[in-house]
Design a protein around this ligand. Structure first.
Ligand code: UPG
Length: 465
């Protein structure tokens, strides 16, 4: 095979390297599809064993629907005994990041030669030096909010001056941005000895400035203050390369048989269903599941409730009846549907029957709701999610009860409180209008000529040169 760029009008050849977990994989698949429709040549580099079965199945069905994608499957390096953490995502991350350190030969022999490498933020410290050695520009893909990205970029300053997060502080100020409530800052940020902080946050925060740019799944009018401050060089000028907002990312067509829950949605009136899903890896206590079911039932609204009981899908063995109770399923048979495991959220959120979305504020979910203008009840748990919830509230996309916690250690939120929030999100006309406006804006940004579409077009044109 020739190693020179062929005459196919020098379309850029981009290698995409996602990180572990569905929340990181899906935005890469979407960007891959967006690049393909802009005539780019694309190589997707994934690790052979994934954390969840659903990850492998998404990769293989994406590849079979997009046969033009070149695929490199990397065998992850097995970690030795005595692992540093028991978090399956973290272990997978460690294993694939070690194997990606050996990617140089595969990347340097790419044909046609690479125009750029896109990798996830969490791989910045590994991939940016490889790209620099090969003389190929590297772009980081941020799957979180731009505001949380700023917090990551500011982390080296926090580590150098721990007083900024001292016990008496209630807020953290990053010059140029509105302050972050301390309660929204994930605890590993405050603990330099934490395994996540040492192995992922610190090296990657330092590597951000080495990239040519950071592609963010966001759009100016959703995070106006942050994007404006960055674009005008008022914030983190030396720690961040140019930030390129191309969101909300376009969904790609999923060809598969119609699922039973989609058929059920077809039979529900427009905007009548409350959709509840806490993403790919959020689990909650059985007690909290019972209270959530109670809240849904008491609200009187139709619902589609999706439950997961384990971060790793193949380990999820709990029976639905034990989780919500046999009688609950019986009583709500005509009103709701409960599904355990993975659903196609993209298809669900695009269905006209969906009236509201109760979610943990994983950023992909937030952008998917924004794209459709669906009002949310934000119920964040860990990581970036509280920062994201505040953005959702400020953008007018949803409501957030900041006292609510989620997850096994959190204080129980009772059914009556949940009922109230569901009624509020379904009945507050002003909120529904504001959320619709967010959806209208999102479409303006991503339609031809819209700002997000232009940013991607210009990037592709730049890489073509
Ligand atoms: N999804 C489905 N079906 C499901 C559950 C999720 O299709 O049953 C999709 C969903 O549409 C979304 C993605 O999977 O595209 C999940 O991503 P996200 O909503 O961001 O949630 P997490 O999986 O929890 O994502 C992790 C972190 C989150 C962070 C995100 C991006 O938990 O806090 O914002 O990664 O970095």
């Amino acid at each position: 095979m020739s190693n020179t760029r062929d005459s196919r009008s020098l379309s850029p050849h981009i290698a995409l390297i996602p990180s572990a977990g569905m929340g990181h994989l899906l935005p890469f698949l979407r960007i891959t599809s967006m690049l393909l429709s802009r005539n780019c040549t694309v190589t997707l580099i994934t690790a052979e064993s994934t954390v969840s079965a659903v990850e492998s199945s998404y990769i293989s069905s994406f590849l079979s629907q997009h046969p033009q994608v070149k695929h490199v499957d990397i065998q992850p390096i097995q970690l030795h005994s005595n692992p540093t953490s028991n978090d399956p995502l973290f272990l997978q991350f460690e294993s694939i990041s070690r194997s990606f350190q050996l990617l140089s030969p595969a990347l340097s022999s790419s044909s046609p030669p690479l125009s750029a490498i896109f990798t996830h933020l969490s791989m910045a410290s590994i991939i940016t030096p490889i790209a620099a050695e090969l003389g190929v520009p590297s772009y980081l893909v941020s799957s979180t909010s731009t505001k949380f990205l700023c917090l990551m970029a500011y982390h080296p300053v926090l580590i150098a001056d721990p007083d900024k997060l001292g016990n008496s502080s209630t807020e953290l100020t990053i010059p140029g941005l509105t302050p972050f409530p301390i309660s929204s800052i994930p605890s590993p940020f405050k603990n330099p000895d934490n395994i996540f902080t040492r192995s992922i946050l610190v090296p990657n925060a330092r590597a951000l400035s080495k990239a040519k740019g950071i592609i963010v799944n966001s759009f100016d009018c959703f995070e106006p203050e942050t994007l404006e401050a960055i674009n005008n060089g008022r914030v983190l000028e030396h720690s961040l390369p140019p930030v390129l907002p191309i969101g909300p990312l376009e969904s790609y067509e999923i060809k598969k048989e119609k699922s039973h829950y989609m058929t059920w949605l077809d039979n529900q009136p427009e905007e009548s269903v409350v959709y509840v899903n806490f993403g790919g890896r959020t689990t909650m206590s059985n007690h909290q599941i019972r209270e959530l079911s109670k809240g849904l039932e008491r609200s009187g609204y139709r619902f589609l409730l999706v439950l997961k009981c384990s971060e790793v899908d193949e380990e999820d063995k709990d029976d639905l009846k034990d989780l919500v109770g046999d009688s609950f399923l019986e009583r709500t048979r005509n009103k709701g549907m409960v599904v355990k495991g993975w659903v196609s959220q993209q298809e669900i959120l695009e269905h006209p029957s969906i009236g509201a979305f109760v979610n943990h504020c994983g950023w992909n979910s937030v952008m998917e709701a924004a794209r459709r203008g669906i009002p949310m009840v934000a119920w964040p748990q860990i990581g970036d999610q509280r920062v994201n919830a505040e953005i959702v509230k400020n953008a007018g996309l949803g409501i957030w009860e900041s006292k609510w916690g989620l997850g096994l250690q959190a204080e129980l939120v009772c059914g009556e409180e949940i009922e109230k929030k569901i009624k509020e999100v379904m009945e507050n006309e002003k909120l529904r209008e504001m959320a619709k406006k967010v959806g209208d804006e999102a479409r303006k940004y991503t339609n031809i000529g819209g700002r997000s579409e232009k940013v991607l077009k210009e990037l592709v044109e730049f890489l073509q040169k």
